[in-house]
Write a protein that binds this ligand. Structure first.
Ligand code: BG6
Ligand code: MG
Length: 215
């Protein structure tokens, strides 16, 4: 590929394991509604926007409600979720992430966030990671959710680089698809079984060197 000029990072599941907090908050909502929501069900919500996640949850419980009720349920779930992430500390940054972000900076490679979460700023602030990013694209800036490539294309634009010069780090299938549709290279963080459309898959950032950017 062309020389890599920028790396774009998903947040939930790549930089910090917030999936467990999303799960706890969705589970609490499902219990209020009178059905169970398993960890396996939760896999289906990874990378998916808040409202789309709620639709999946309601379909699992076979619950039918009005649009207005959906909005208040999503708000309720978000309040519980925000309670959890308000307590996030730097030690919850996933292993190797900070070191890799530092390595990129030292080598002149730009860094952007590309997340569906509207809570991205709160999370990055609590983790004290804001100075590591040259651009932050979150759920408040995009109108189309992954697998649409909008979030990553906007990231490249804000960084002033071409899509073909970008590498995306993602833990969700929808995110890998978004990266490929943006014409970027995609590194999956997690398991090859789930992320088989990625150009490469690694279990995490621990010990990762710049060679990860060679394709
Ligand atoms: C994604 C998560 O990063 O953000 C999803 O993987 C989540 O699980 C989505 O639903 C939206 O997050 P938020 O914080 O705006 O509800
Ligand atoms: Mg993710």
């Amino acid at each position: 590929m062309k020389e890599v000029k920028a790396c774009l990072f998903d947040l939930d599941g790549v930089i910090v394991d917030t999936a467990k907090y999303h799960y706890l908050a969705w589970k609490r909502l499902s219990q209020e509604l009178g059905f169970d929501f398993t960890e396996e069900d939760n896999e289906r919500l990874k990378g998916v926007s808040r409202m789309a996640s709620l639709e999946i949850l309601l379909s699992i419980g076979q619950v039918v409600v009005s649009e207005e009720e959906k909005l208040s349920m999503a708000e309720k779930k978000n309040k519980w979720y925000v309670d959890y992430i308000s307590k996030l500390k730097e030690d919850e940054i996933l292993p190797g992430v900070k070191e890799f972000l530092t390595l990129l900076r030292e080598n002149g490679i730009k860094v952007a966030l590309g997340s569906a979460s509207k809570n991205s700023m709160l999370i990055l602030e609590n983790l004290k990671l804001i100075p590591y990013f040259d651009a932050i694209i979150d759920g408040n800036k995009v109108s189309k959710a992954k697998p649409d490539p909008e979030v990553f294309l906007l990231g490249a634009k804000e960084l002033g680089v071409n899509a073909e010069e970008c590498v995306v780090f993602e833990d969700a299938e929808a995110g890998i698809e978004a990266a490929k549709r943006a014409n970027m290279k995609a590194v999956g963080i997690g398991s090859i079984d789930v992320l088989n459309k990625a150009d490469k898959v690694v279990p995490g950032f621990k010990g990762i060197r710049l060679e990860i950017l060679e394709f």
